[in-house]
Design a protein around this ligand. Structure first.
Ligand code: ATP
Length: 229
């Protein structure tokens, strides 16, 4: 279980994230929604430890998360971190190597994931020869390459058509079906369709949280307003 406790981040005078509590449970997909500037990316960066918190804590399995814990997470950052002039297989193998895989097993894992993502025949192509949708698939594959213990995905489905989203979900299910998954999105319809749980952020604070069904049954249509900004 991945959780945030009173997580807060100031930038100069401005409080971007203000006392956020959230829990991402294993085997459940948690949607993280909110208008532009609500603080989703800043929260996710703190969960991953790439940005320090002004105050508050991130816990993994009920204890403060260590650097090692976070290394085991899979992260898809807002600023995509792939190499346009590297082949797909080299790229994914490189990430696997960063996580300690041998050259041979890194390449095998890279090819396995490319196969899952229907990109096996593009393994030796350069990333920038792919469509944006396919580049996004490689980005998600990069987050999965080390068989992560948790997934933190910043707008992983933006720009994908519904069919591609479904295919991606199937892969997430297969590769990371039993780990906690948190993903941010502006697409509320999509989030309601695929998520178990929902956390709604507005102005750096959690304004609604619960299962999608709970929020719906509470008539929490107001969260739609928050997300729309
Ligand atoms: P979006 O959906 O547009 O990506 P978001 O919900 O992810 O938005 P954040 O990117 O976390 O929101 O931004 C929250 C607030 O913090 C914004 O007002 C943003 O301008 C501010 N902010 C984020 N990073 C920095 C930074 N490095 N320095 C100063 N302000 C920042």
């Amino acid at each position: 279980m991945l959780s945030a406790h009173a997580l807060t981040r100031d930038f100069s005078e401005r409080r971007a994230v203000d006392g956020v509590d959230l829990i991402v449970r294993p085997g459940r997909i948690t949607g993280f929604v909110g208008a532009n500037g609500a603080g989703k990316t800043t929260t996710m960066r703190m969960l991953m430890g790439v940005l320090g918190a002004t105050s508050g804590e991130v816990h993994w399995q009920g204890r403060p998360a260590t650097v090692e814990d976070r290394r085991s997470f899979g992260y898809m950052p807002e600023e995509r971190g792939l190499y346009p002039r590297m082949t797909l297989v080299d790229q994914l193998a490189f990430f696997a190597r960063l996580h300690g895989a041998s050259a041979r097993s890194a390449r095998a894992r890279a090819l396995e994931l490319l196969g899952f993502f229907d990109l096996g025949d593009r393994a030796d192509d350069l990333l920038d020869s792919l469509s944006l949708g396919n580049q996004q698939r490689v980005q998600i594959a990069a987050a999965l390459v080390h068989r992560p213990t948790a997934l933190v995905l910043d707008e992983p489905f933006s720009g994908l058509d519904p069919h591609a989203v479904d295919a991606m979900l199937e892969l997430l299910q297969r590769e990371a079906g039993d780990v906690p998954v948190l993903f941010s999105s502006h697409q509320l319809d999509l989030v309601e369709r695929i998520c178990d749980d929902l956390v709604v952020l507005a102005g750096g604070r959690v304004v609604s949280a619960g299962t999608v069904d709970e929020l719906r049954s509470q008539g929490a249509e107001s969260y739609r307003v928050e997300v729309a900004g």
